[in-house]
Ligand binder design. Structure first.
Ligand code: FAD
Length: 488
């Protein structure tokens, strides 16, 4: 009788099952779930491995390394760039079960598993009067490991900085399964080369994070939230420069262009300001000690009363929450325009944002596609979208041309093509637009040194991948469930 010879990868999978019993899944639904992230392009892996403890990762990587199997680390799969998609197949390494949280209230340091959900850490810290500021809008789903691997930002960066600013130490594994520790739960550490900072933002291409020690701050005791409307986008973005120059230091400073405001209003069925619909808006939060917030509020309102066409300060926590709900509908509400978006998270110098927004409006006319834009104006980090219908070839072609022009403009303005989402698959064609050959060669040399067989998250950052040539899956992801809001 003929017996079929097993391929090296199926032999390795059999060994993996033996070494990690009950953790390896090859059924269709587990593989499909792990095949995509928020970019919604699906590439099926051969298996999903849901580790229960950090040591499992060492075992898996040793096997993958000796058999040359691709490994894609995964937290919640909320990446918007395809960075968590197993584009080359192989094994998805799901670390979301590593959920330990330990908080040292004396040193104000949290030591947490890579699978801890960002919001959960914030809640646990808050219960001890402490504060973990990085707050991507996906915080109810995203994991600390994913936040570190993408160097996630969010709304509070204008005052508090990005995830990197809170990482003291990392524990994890190299591609060959060796356990490493970069830094400790200590406030000072300069021993050896700083590989911790190389891992931060490396999108799972240089190592797998199992745990992190994170700096916490005392919880601010007062906040004040306000919303301001402007006749034009450029006026709103000039106001950003003005208020920062005037010494106002918001903890959140968000911008919505008129296209985003219209989408949010249509989505919710309510005007954001009654009697003043369709203006560009700024959403602002101040935080800190009571007296500091009082002074800052006075300065802010006196500054804005000269330039804003409408303003409203939330008088209760629930009114403030309604303001933030407007912001949170932005991403979802723009699907009212078309079924597909190219979603960029560009950064330009703060003073150049008015020029960038004028360019997005000019581009809208030129390519005949909507370009709704909103984002973290206090950091110069705007989320520019180009909306098109996937089945309309002409629109898809124009979207591709539009995105190239937009990113070129960003680089010409002295900016960067991504401020918080990373390169992944979606921005890989534009890496040479941002970096010289020498810079890319140096990055590749680091990658080769830490992952000589190229098994960790292959196909990302360095290989050009054209997302517009692929059809996204029409799948409902956990963060797609937005409630309609009542802005009265
Ligand atoms: C609705 C929505 C809003 C968002 N808002 C923001 C925002 O405001 N700011 C922002 O910065 N981002 C935002 N994002 C993007 C995304 O949520 C963040 O990038 C987040 O940090 C990803 O975390 P995750 O656990 O989902 O990681 P995943 O998507 O699972 O993975 C992301 C990358 O990290 C790698 N990775 C994951 N875990 C590990 C690990 N333990 N070790 C090594 N590598 C690992 C993966 O291989 C992949 O490359 C948003 C996404 C959505 C869907």
């Amino acid at each position: 009788m003929l017996t079929r010879k097993k391929s090296p990868s199926s032999k390795a999978l059999t060994m993996l099952r033996r070494k990690l019993p009950g953790r390896v899944y090859t059924d269709t639904s587990s593989c499909y779930e792990a095949s995509l992230d928020n970019l919604r392009l699906s590439f099926l892996p051969d298996a999903v491995v849901k580790v229960k403890q950090a040591q499992d990762i060492g075992i898996l990587l040793k096997l993958a390394h000796s058999n040359g199997i691709a490994v894609t680390p995964r937290g919640a799969g909320s990446s918007t760039t395809g960075s968590a998609v197993p584009v080359n197949g192989g094994w998805v390494l799901d670390v979301s079960a590593l959920k330990s949280i330990r908080i040292d209230t004396v040193s104000k340091i949290a030591t947490v598993g890579a699978g801890v959900v960002t919001h959960k850490l914030q809640q646990r810290a808050a219960a001890r009067g402490l504060f973990f500021p990085p707050d991507p809008s996906s915080k109810k789903y995203s994991t600390i490991g994913g936040n570190i691997a993408c160097n996630a930002g969010g709304m509070r960066c204008v005052k508090y900085g990005v995830t990197r600013d809170y990482v003291l130490g990392l524990e994890g594994y190299l591609a060959d399964g060796s356990r490493v520790q970069w830094g400790l739960a200590l406030k000072k550490y300069v021993s050896g080369l700083n590989l911790r900072d190389l891992w931060i933002g490396s999108e799972g291409t240089l190592g797998v994070i199992t745990a992190a020690s994170l700096r916490l701050l005392p919880m601010p005791d007062k906040t004040c939230t306000a919303i301001f409307a402007f006749k034009t986008e450029a006026a709103a973005l000039r106001a950003v420069v003005g208020l920062l120059k005037a010494g106002i230091q918001p903890s959140i400073l968000e911008f919505l262009d008129r296209q985003s405001v219209t989408c949010a209003e249509e989505f919710t069925g309510e005007p954001i300001f009654s009697g003043c619909s369709g203006g560009a808006i700024l959403l602002i939060e101040l935080d800190g000690h009571k007296s500091e917030v009082r002074n800052q509020r006075k300065m802010l309102l006196s500054f804005m009363s000269q330039i804003a066409v409408y303003q409203h300060v939330a008088s209760t926590a629930s009114q403030a929450e309604k303001i933030w709900q407007v912001r949170r509908t932005c991403s979802q509400s723009m699907y009212l325009i078309a079924d597909t978006k190219l979603n960029e998270d560009v950064v330009v110098p703060i003073e150049k944002q008015a020029e960038l927004i004028r360019y997005t409006l000019q581009l809208k006319k030129e390519i005949g596609l909507a370009t709704p834009t909103y984002g973290h104006a206090g950091d110069g980090n705007l989320h520019v979208h180009i909306m098109y219908n996937q089945s309309n070839k002409d629109q898809a072609h124009k979207a591709k041309i539009g995105i190239k022009k937009l990113l070129k403009k960003v680089v010409d303005l002295g900016g960067v093509i991504t401020g918080e989402h990373g390169i992944g698959l979606a921005k890989s064609p534009f890496l040479p637009m941002q970096h010289t050959q020498a810079e890319i060669a140096a990055m590749r040399a680091v990658k080769n040194a830490l992952d000589p067989k190229g098994i960790l998250n292959p196909g990302k950052i360095f290989q050009s991948f054209e997302v517009w040539n692929h059809t996204p899956s029409s799948v409902q992801l956990p963060w797609d469930h937005h409630k309609k809001i009542n802005t009265n």
